[in-house]
Each structure stands twice: as structure tokens, then as C-alpha cells.
Design a protein around this ligand. Structure first.
Ligand code: ACO
Length: 330
């Protein structure tokens, strides 16, 4: 008997060219490189150029992921794009990217789970493949978060950046009665997603089509978000490990959402995972929301850190609150 499973056939990412350092921000708001680095680990972020949209970043990351997978858009039957900063209120940015890829068939839609968006999109894609409704899915996390920041609010505007990352998921069949442990065979072993709308006031945008008819700006109670992040992330990592009968020490690489270095350090410490096993990009990318995990994953795959056969744990938390994890055998 064979069981369907998805695996990551390729990954890609894209960052806008413009780098904005902490010193540059300190020229316009009351902050300093020392404050930002000590509280967040962020040294610089990329900011999209005028006229450069979320779909532009997403498209470039998608092309790189398809090339890495040695596939073309003709092979795709689904595009799922996680974003909080769509080009327009509608249609979805995923359909825009579908058109840019010249993809004439299949379906495309956006997913909104803020910083957890990539894990949510990956989970949906994996389930489509397991259910037999798709064979090849492009999963993208793309953001121009700079467009929803209040650039006079120093408590939020220093934290975020723009970027995009993508993976191509493909179906394959695992021999259920093979001698090889199915957990040792490549693929997404499981995904776990959660939300609790009671905490929506901790991190939100104060606008929207239905409420204010404006786009709005990010608002956040940073300390509370921090507290929930460390607890929820450690919990969902353990949930993913338990579901697959693994221990924390079995993880080869933790690829977390890059909110800030202190959340990464506290979560890794709580889980007893050494720093050398954590992929970190927050110092150069800041928090790129739904894009941060595929950006970090792509970097660690391309520089050779992540190798075939290793156990990778992806995790994220974001506004909603939302949080989730995915355990992947590379
Ligand atoms: N530069 C200088 N001073 C600042 C800045 C800044 N950029 N921002 C805030 N301050 C000041 C505050 O005004 C405050 O001054 P006051 O004491 O005179 O009022 C002081 O610094 C301390 O402010 P706090 O908010 O208490 O600072 P804290 O130590 O909590 O650090 C931070 C703030 C970095 C936001 C922290 O709470 C945090 O990391 N929270 C997690 C939030 C996060 O990462 N969110 C991302 C989205 S969610 C996600 O992705 C998981």
C-alpha cells in the first residue's frame, strides 16, 4: 500500500534592493542602532521601491523556486500565497502572480494569517496533496509590510521589512509497508495550525475595507506579543514532535519565523535547542511576516547548511493570534 505525501521539491526567495539601516531610521525617528539591536537583533531591513508590489516580490521568488525544482508554471495546479499586504483588496495577489507566471489552468488564492501565513499556506497545500486534489503546489509568502507601517511610531516601524519566499510542493507516494521508517523518507511529516481570536487586540492593523475604508497601520502591544510567542511556539513545536514520536534533540534545524532575536533565543532556550541549529536572518531582513520562513529556508538550503535527510522544524506566530509548525524530512 502507498500513502500520498508532499515534499519540498524546490525553494526560492527575493529581497528588494534597498537596504535601510538602523542609523538611517534614527535620522527621522527618536531611536538608535543600540536600542534596536539590543531589543530585537535587527541591524537592517529591505524596503520595496516605489511601485514595487507584493506580487512583484512574490513572482521573483516563485521563478527561483520553480527553477530550483527544475519545473515550470505549466507543472503547477495550485498557487497559495500568504500575505497581509496584498496588492489590492481584491482580487487575490495569488491570481496576479498566476497571471505573471502565464499559468492558464489550476487555481490561485491568498491566505491571511499574518506572520503565521506561510505555515498556514503550507498546511493547506500539504492537505490538498494528501487529499488527492493537487499534485504540484506553489506556496508563497510575500509582503510589503513597509506599506502598513506608521513611520512615526518607533515602537513598530523599526521591526519590519519587505521580501518574499516560495517553495514548490510535489506529491509522492510512500510505501507504507516498506522496511524504511516513513519518518525517514523525505516529505512534510505533519503540519499543526492554531489561532485564538481573543487576543486580536495585541497585534492588528487599525484599518480595513469594512471598518474604516482605509488601509490602516500596524498597532501592537509588544510585551504581550512577546510573552505569548515564547509559550505558544514552544508548545506547538512539542506538538509537532509528539505527533511524529520525535524528541527535541532529533531536530537538525529550527527554521523559525523571524520576529526578533530575543523571541528566537528565548524559544530555542525553552526548547533546549542550541543556537547553532537555529537559522537566523532577522539581523538582515527584520520581520518580513509571512515571507520570513521561506526566506530563511532558502538561504540555509542554498548555502548548504540544510542537507538531504535532515529533520527541519518550521514554526511561526503572528497576529490573530495565530501560530503553527511543520515538521519536514528534507
Ligand atoms: N527606539 C527607542 N526607544 C523605543 C523604541 C525604539 N524603536 N521603541 C520603544 N521604545 C521605548 C518605549 O517608548 C519605552 O520608553 P518609556 O519607558 O520611556 O515609555 C521603552 O523603549 C520600553 O518600551 P517597551 O515596549 O516596554 O520595550 P520592550 O523591552 O518590551 O521592547 C519590543 C519592545 C522590542 C517590541 C518587544 O516588546 C518585543 O520584542 N515584542 C515582540 C513583538 C514582535 O516582535 N512583534 C512582531 C510581530 S509578532 C510576531 O511576529 C511574532
Amino acid at each position: 500500500m502507498t500513502l500520498p505525501r508532499s515534499y519540498i521539491a524546490g525553494c526560492g526567495s527575493y529581497l528588494p534592493e534597498r537596504r535601510v539601516s538602523n542609523e538611517e531610521l534614527a535620522q527621522t525617528i527618536d531611536t538608535s542602532d543600540e536600542w534596536i539591536v539590543s531589543r530585537t537583533g535587527i541591524k537592517e531591513r529591505r524596503i520595496a521601491a516605489d511601485g514595487e508590489l507584493t506580487s512583484d516580490l512574490a513572482y521573483k521568488a516563485a521563478i527561483r523556486a520553480l527553477e530550483h525544482a527544475q519545473m515550470t508554471a505549466d507543472d503547477l495546479d495550485l498557487v497559495i500565497l500568504a500575505t497581509t499586504t496584498p496588492d489590492r483588496t481584491f482580487p487575490s495577489t495569488a491570481t496576479r502572480v498566476q497571471a505573471m507566471l502565464n499559468m492558464k489552468s489550476g487555481a490561485a488564492f491568498d491566505v491571511q494569517a499574518v506572520c503565521s501565513g506561510f505555515i498556514f499556506a503550507l498546511s493547506i497545500a500539504d492537505n490538498f496533496i494528501r487529499a488527492g486534489q493537487a499534485e504540484t503546489v506553489l506556496v508563497i509568502g510575500a509582503e510589503t509590510f513597509s506599506r502598513i507601517l506608521d513611520w512615526e511610531d518607533r515602537t513598530t516601524c523599526v521591526l519590519f521589512g519587505d521580501g518574499a519566499g516560495a517553495v514548490v510542493l510535489r506529491k509522492e507516494h510512500i510505501e507504507a509497508d516498506s522496511d524504511v521508517d516513513s519518518r525517514e523518507q523525505r516529505g512534510i511529516l505533519s503540519t499543526h495550525i492554531h489561532s485564538d481570536g481573543n487576543y486580536s487586540n495585541l497585534l492588528y492593523v487599525d484599518g480595513g475595507p469594512s471598518s474604516t475604508q482605509t488601509t490602516g497601520h500596524v498597532r501592537m502591544i509588544g510585551r504581550e506579543v512577546f510573552r505569548h510567542a515564547v509559550v505558544n511556539l514552544a508548545w506547538v513545536v512539542d506538538e509537532a514532535l509528539k505527533a511524529n514520536n520525535y524528541q527535541r534533540s532529533d531536530i537538525d534545524w529550527l527554521v523559525p519565523h523571524q520576529a526578533n532575536k530575543r523571541i528566537l533565543d528565548s524559544t530555542a532556550r525553552k526548547l533546549g535547542i542550541p543556537e547553532e541549529k537555529v537559522v537566523i536572518t532577522v539581523d538582515r531582513h527584520a520581520n518580513t511576516s509571512a515571507a520570513s520562513i521561506p526566506l530563511a529556508l532558502d538561504e540555509a538550503v542554498r548555502d548548504g547548511r540544510i542537507k538531504q535527510g535532515e529533520l527541519i522544524l518550521l514554526e511561526a506566530m503572528g497576529g490573530g493570534l495565530t501560530w503553527g509548525a511543520a515538521l519536514v524530512r528534507w
